[in-house]
Write a protein that binds this ligand. Structure first.
Ligand SMILES: [Fe+2]
Ligand SMILES: [Fe+2]
Length: 189
């Protein structure tokens, strides 16, 4: 007769710590993605400003500020769970993109981010962390707003080309003094 080996019993505390570690891991992966987005968007903000597309540069700066808020939200949750926020992202920033490339690139980046964060949300749900689930829900909704903006602009450049771009050229890149970012300034408008 075959004897079945039983799986080693783990204490509830171990399970809890394991579940927490899985949540911290996805929060940190999300934070690394935010840090990449911040650097990439700041870089594009300066490029667009240099190309004299002021209004585009201003919105890019506001979106970078949204990503900073996201990075902080993920870091704060990592801290609450007793983990350490990661230092940075290994992804390489793209330099010198032209205006069409910028908005197509960013729309794709946001689209991928929504998809990946939805996977991370499921990890949080499977490991019983409803607060992190809510955090991902909120951030995913904001990434969707970013996607819609980037996709709209990319579409305008594609269909209208220079007619559209000439309306942006020479506009102000000012975002005023202190700024709440893109999503919050849209909802206040
Ligand atoms: Fe973000
Ligand atoms: Fe975003």
């Amino acid at each position: 007769m075959e004897t079945r080996k039983s799986a080693p019993a783990s204490t509830p505390a171990d399970n809890k710590e394991e579940r927490k570690a899985k949540v911290i891991e996805v929060l940190n992966k999300a934070r690394a993605m935010e840090l990449f987005a911040i650097s990439q968007y700041m870089n594009q903000h300066y490029s667009l400003d240099a190309m004299d597309y002021g209004a585009m540069a201003a919105n890019m700066k506001l979106i970078a500020i949204d990503e900073m808020r996201h990075a902080e939200m993920f870091a704060e949750r990592v801290k609450e769970l007793g983990g350490e926020p990661v230092a940075g992202s290994s992804d390489k920033i793209q330099n010198g993109q032209d205006v069409q490339t910028i908005f197509t690139f960013d729309a794709n980046l946001e689209d991928d981010t929504v998809d990946i964060y939805n996977q991370f949300l499921l990890v949080c749900r499977d490991n019983g962390d409803s607060i992190s689930v809510k955090l991902f829900e909120q951030v995913i909704a904001e990434e969707q707003t970013h996607f819609n903006h980037f996709d709209n602009v990319a579409g305008h450049i594609k269909t209208l080309g220079n007619v559209y771009l000439s309306k942006i050229a020479g506009t102000s890149s000012s975002t005023g003094g202190f700024s709440k970012g893109f999503v919050l300034s849209q909802s206040a408008a």
